[in-house]
Write a protein that binds this ligand. Structure first.
Ligand code: ADE
Length: 238
């Protein structure tokens, strides 16, 4: 595990990582495409980080599966890494024991929850069941929880999404992990997702408010967990 690539959707999630690892922006790397790349040598590793970039009209980070596929593909084809770490924030379920600020590592597989293709075979293909690294040992070392990461294109949740999560066991809800897992699986590159909980989707409190109120806390916990993965050489145990 010499070459590690962090794939991160939002600049706010990535900034502490950029600072901690002393990552330098590699300007203009991807021409007109919005993804932004950073790199450094740190603790004997070649660390790269890619963000989805910002929409020039609105100034907002590109979030979601399309931007995540683009960033993951650009990252892998530019700096073929030994490991991809998708770091980001996510929604959790109080009914499954999640609390705001909890850090989860991906467990078993990564799925989608908003692809409804009710034809045998295509239903499972839509859900993905994409591979992720076995990080049970690492999770206990950093006191992170383990959960099946599940991705879709919306911040809110519908009854149909919930039904799919019941089928797949998905419990860490984000908007990128499965898209990145798909690209990683095509290249046979191991993937680990680190997700910090900004909101609990089953408490009746509006998700956007929770997301805004808890973003800083969750991002600090997210980045602390990522620092430990590298600084304590935990990823070398994968
Ligand atoms: N990121 C943070 N919270 C989320 C949620 N509830 N759904 C999707 N992505 C998220």
């Amino acid at each position: 595990m010499k070459k590690i690539c962090f794939v991160v959707a939002m600049e706010g999630e990535a900034k502490p990582l950029i600072r901690h690892f002393g990552l330098r922006h590699i300007g203009g790397r991807f021409g007109q495409l919005p993804s932004q790349a950073y790199e450094a040598f740190y603790a004997g590793k070649e660390i790269t980080l890619i963000t989805n970039g910002v929409d020039s009209e609105t100034g907002l980070d590109y979030i979601g599966c399309e931007a995540a596929v683009l960033s993951a593909h650009l990252a892998i084809s530019s700096f073929p890494p030994d490991l991809i770490i998708n770091a980001g924030t996510a929604g959790g379920f109080a009914s499954k024991g999640a609390q705001i600020g909890d850090v989860y590592l991906s467990d078993r597989y990564v799925v989608f929850h908003d692809r409804r293709v009710a034809i045998p075979g295509w239903d499972k293909m839509g859900q993905g069941y994409l591979p992720c690294a076995d990080c049970r040992n690492i999770a206990s070392r950093i006191r992170a929880k383990l959960g099946v990461c599940t991705s879709g294109s919306s911040l809110d949740i519908t009854e149909e999404d919930l039904e799919q999560m019941k089928q797949t066991g998905g419990e860490v809800k984000d908007m990128e992990a499965a898209a990145i897992a798909w690209v990683a699986s095509l290249y046979h590159i191991p993937l680990l997702c680190v997700k910090a909980i900004t909101d609990l989707v089953d408490t009746g409190h509006p998700t956007p408010e929770q997301f805004n109120d808890n973003f800083l806390l969750a991002t600090q916990r997210l980045d602390d967990a990522c620092f430990r993965l590298i600084d304590e050489k935990l990823i070398d145990e994968l």
